[in-house]
Design a protein around this ligand. Structure first.
Ligand code: GDP
Length: 357
């Protein structure tokens, strides 16, 4: 099997890249600011984006991210010195997105083309159903398929009870219990990341993500570090953030994946059941309080909808709204400083305050 196929390039990408004989299909394996490392059929190479790509980018989302497939111009292999130049980012099948650092509404891609997002929550002190709902929302929004991993099963006395609770909540996502002490759990996870599949691990610090990633990638990372036949002579110090898995696909492990919040996510995917109920309420703007014909309240009363789940839905909506509001306030303040208060108020379309007569 060709290396790029192992690294997740499908038939469509492979044949598309043949239309650009001067360029080489690559995948971004690490990013540090504006320096990248890519993998190609010939091995690893340091890379940077072309002036054209930079010029044509409308937002930070248009720049390559870890996991992106990119058409690259490779450096001269005889001299072997220099960077590969990233010319064009191929269409993404999924993307984890967050607000760009230091920006109020520009967004950036944290990782791209992830097939499976393992949402990790430990069965001991980290167990928190509401947190899991957030991660499910983030995963569905990205386009990846979530799989819930309930970790540290060896530290839990009644994993079956929690497993049932999580299965009820995570409709549409597989739920597994794991422990690093259990070799069968490793095999199960490995079987979900065969050649061509890209996985990522999300979850709070300490739940066991690194332990699982190490188990899945041991022996392989070192072997691939030695394959480097292009771009010799100049080295980036970036650690690989896309790692090959034993006998199969790859895992993306970037620091940014661990900091994803609710600010840019779409709650509809994670709370589709509540939306479906709300769509049947008599009033389209029903707030599910005392309005007549409220189907959401009826579901609460007959026990088909969990009260805490609805509360969490409202809480996440408030957080997302607050975040949007805080963003707009910062933006208005910035405009006031730049253009003066009056101009900014007019720009926002608000009438000037009228004095009482
Ligand atoms: P991360 O921050 O999510 O990457 O978590 P780590 O993989 O660094 O794990 C945090 C701690 O939990 C480490 O001391 C691990 O040895 C321990 N740990 C991880 N998985 C398990 C498990 O399945 N069972 C037990 N008992 N400990 C675990």
């Amino acid at each position: 099997m060709n290396i790029m196929a192992q690294y997740g390039a499908d038939e469509r990408l492979l044949s598309l890249s043949l239309s650009y004989p001067a360029l080489t299909l690559s995948r971004v394996t690490a990013q540090h600011r504006n320096q990248y490392t890519i993998i190609t059929e010939l091995g690893d190479a340091p890379a940077e984006v072309s002036g054209k790509l930079r010029h044509e980018a409308l937002s930070t989302e248009d720049y390559p991210a870890v996991g992106d497939f990119v058409l690259a111009r490779l450096p001269d292999t005889d001299g072997g010195i220099g960077f590969a130049i990233l010319q064009q980012v191929m269409p993404r099948k999924s993307a984890f997105i967050r607000k760009a650092a230091g920006s109020t509404h520009d967004t950036q891609v944290v990782a791209a083309n992830i097939d499976i997002a393992f949402l990790c929550m430990s069965l001991n002190e980290n167990y928190n159903i509401r947190r899991l709902e957030r991660y499910l929302a983030v995963a569905w929004e990205s386009g990846a398929t979530p799989v819930v991993l309930l970790t540290k099963a060896d530290l839990c006395e009644r994993p079956a009870e929690q497993l049932a609770q999580v299965r009820a909540l995570a409709a549409g996502a597989d739920v597994l219990t794991t422990s690093i002490l259990d070799p069968a759990a490793r095999q199960t996870i490995l079987s979900l990341v065969p050649s061509g599949v890209t996985a990522a691990f999300l979850g709070s610090s300490g739940v066991g993500k690194s332990s699982i990633i190490n188990l899945l990638t041991e022996d392989v990372a070192m072997a691939t570090a030695e394959i480097s036949r292009v771009g010799k002579g100049r080295h980036t110090t970036t650690h690989r953030q896309l790692l090959p898995v034993v006998g199969g696909g790859v895992v993306i492990d970037t620091p940014g994946m661990r900091e994803l919040g609710v600010d840019t996510i779409d709650l509809r995917a994670a709370f589709a059941d509540i939306d479906a109920l709300a769509a049947m309420c008599r009033f389209s703007d029903c707030r599910h309080g005392n309005e007549p014909g409220c189907v959401v309240r009826a579901a609460l009363e007959n026990g088909t909808l969990d009260k805490r789940r609805l509360e969490n839905y409202h809480k996440l909506q408030r957080e997302a709204r607050y975040d949007g509001l805080a963003c707009r306030q910062r933006e208005t303040r910035k405009r006031e400083i730049l253009f003066g208060a009056k101009k900014s108020a007019n720009k926002a379309g608000r009438p000037e305050p009228q004095e009482r007569s």
